[in-house]
Design a protein around this ligand. Structure first.
Ligand SMILES: Nc1ncnc2c1ncn2[C@@H]1O[C@H](COP(=O)(O)OP(=O)(O)O)[C@@H](O)[C@H]1O
Ligand SMILES: [Mg+2]
Length: 511
């Protein structure tokens, strides 16, 4: 009867592996079976592929079809194998050329009418095919621009199974169809809000610049309307452009999240702000079938913002500890582990109490002291331990507003130039270490012989430690920020001024 082979790619996290799709036609009772560890969405592929083929005017054989996806031990998820399965079946009964389908790696989910739907994970998928030496890929037309971002690969974008069959030699006349395109995306680069919009709040503006320069996580505490959300949203705009490797990683994660890319790689740091009702799966990734990256991964090389942080469920906050520790998230399944990068800068914002009015100055807070303490205690110690900058944000007053009206405010563009300079200075000082940003440097190194500050410089800090006004962890955090302040001011090392300023930038909370 007949047998034919083609190729597809299985993704586990960002790691791709080649899958051989083999179709065999035999003279047994009619039917269509799929073997090789398919998940639920994949096993529905048999129904989808048969309907799509019939509606495309190139029906599958009425004889028995056995489709094998190998290697069998590799977990395979999602609907991205439809096109490869359909074409292997059509080649097995010689409707199309064996040789032609054997040379191409296919991507794409089929709609019942035979059109191809945009499919998640095209960028990392095509990169895998290219890495393994394949020179031609076929993708849904809605993903064509994304696939073309991978250099040195010939990309065939097709709107329907019929067009795909014609490319591979089917004797059919083309029938134009309305292509299914990816949903249009807002262009994120021109939407970055500017620091110049912020009036007053000089401490917070300095804190944001220092956070950007040193990669420090930030906690903003203050009453509603103080501008916490507004400030946090301006952090990505202070970060430098993504380097080529990060750009590819961020773009691949977007693609895998099914968010689509358009026709350019992402070059600006992402901004993710999951709502406080987010589940652990939404935060760190998961889902049935295809494992999707969560907000923490989508924020890689950018900013993860948790507004109203105490309102998040504790398991969701706790799930952030692994990525904060390692920069990676591992998601375990019965037969597989998916790893996603998650190296983000964390910004948390919180009201000082459940009603939000505590400390606003007008004594209108109605929360009992107990409720107030419990509210912030919801954010666990291990999480707070990783946050270098903790700042009280106050509402600006009418007087400040008037005062600031005529002044020239710092723009994100000029702040970003200084951030780039400060990061370069830190990277140079840390060249012989595994770290590049001050926020990554552990305390013992900061207190060690190589960069130890003089007793006169740290006198104020040492006193705070002796009095018990600060813990050892807090001490190290102040040193880290002081170094970033020095880099930001173009100094070779921090002086007493920078240490004093650093003490202030973590005054928001105790410990
Ligand atoms: N310092 C400020 N400069 C300019 N606008 C501000 C400032 N602080 C607050 N606002 C305005 O108040 C609104 C509410 O601020 P928001 O960031 O949502 O506060 P919060 O998150 O602290 O509740 C913002 O949309 C912004 O327009
Ligand atoms: Mg807010």
């Amino acid at each position: 009867m007949g047998i034919a082979r083609t190729h597809a790619v299985a993704l586990l996290g960002l790691t791709g592996a080649l899958v051989e799709v083999e179709a065999d036609i035999s003279a047994q009772l009619p039917g269509m079976i799929l073997i090789g560890l398919p998940d639920a969405a994949l096993s529905q592929a048999t129904q989808r592929v048969r309907a799509a083929a019939t509606n495309s005017g190139c029906p599958l054989t009425v004889h028995r079809l056995t489709i094998n996806l190998s290697p069998a031990a590799l977990p395979k998820h999602g609907a991205g194998f439809d096109l490869a399965i359909a074409l292997a079946c059509l080649a097995a009964d010689s409707t199309i050329s064996h040789v032609s389908v054997g040379k191409v790696v296919h991507f794409g989910e089929l709609a019942l009418d035979g059109r191809l739907r945009p499919t998640p994970g095209i960028l990392p998928g095509v990169m895998t095919a290219a890495r393994l030496g394949y020179t031609t890929v076929m993708v849904p037309i809605g993903n064509e621009a994304e696939a073309r971002l991978v250099p040195n690969v010939r990309v065939i974008g097709v709107a329907s199974l019929r067009d795909a069959a014609i490319f591979h030699g089917a004797q059919l006349a083309p029938i134009p169809v309305e292509p299914i395109l990816a949903a249009a995306l807002p262009n994120s680069t021109d939407a970055e809000p500017d620091l110049a919009d912020v009036i007053g709040n000089d401490d917070a503006i300095l804190a944001l610049q220092i956070a950007a320069a040193g990669g420090h996580h930030v906690f903003l505490l203050g009453p509603p309307g103080a501008g916490k959300t507004m400030l946090a949203a301006r952090l990505p705009g202070l970060l430098p452009d993504l380097d080529p490797a990060s750009s590819l990683e961020v773009s691949s994660l977007r693609s895998l999240g099914g968010l689509g890319l358009g026709d350019a790689l992402i070059t600006r740091p992402p901004w993710e702000a999951p709502h406080h009702t987010a589940t652990a799966a939404a935060m760190v990734g998961g889902g049935n079938g295809q494992i999707r990256p969560g907000a923490a991964s989508q924020a890689s090389h950018g900013v993860l913002f948790l507004d109203e942080a105490p309102e998040f469920a504790s398991p969701v906050l706790d799930a952030l500890r692994q990525p904060l520790e390692s920069g990676w998230i591992s998601i375990h399944r019965a037969n597989a582990v998916a790893h996603f990068p998650a190296r983000f800068q964390l910004v948390m914002a919180a009201n000082p109490c459940p009603c939000g009015q505590y400390g606003a100055g007008d004594l209108s807070c109605t929360c009992p002291p107990n409720a107030r303490r419990r509210y912030l205690a919801r954010i666990s110690g291990p999480l707070l331990d990783r946050i270098d900058i903790q700042l009280n944000v106050k509402r600006i007053t009418a007087a400040q507003l008037r005062l600031a009206a005529g002044t020239n405010r710092l723009t994100s563009g000029s702040a970003r130039n200084r951030v780039v300079g400060a990061r370069a200075a830190a990277a140079e000082r840390l060249a012989s270490t595994p770290w590049t940003l001050n926020s990554q440097v552990p305390g013992p190194w900061l207190r060690g012989a190589q960069v130890r500050l003089t007793a006169a410089t740290t006198a104020g800090l040492d006193r705070a430690l002796e009095r018990g006004g600060i813990t050892m962890r807090g001490y190290d955090r102040v040193l880290r920020i002081a170094w970033t302040l020095a880099d930001y001011d173009g100094l070779t090392s921090p002086g007493a001024d920078q240490v004093g300023q650093a003490l202030y930038l973590r005054k928001g909370m105790t410990s």
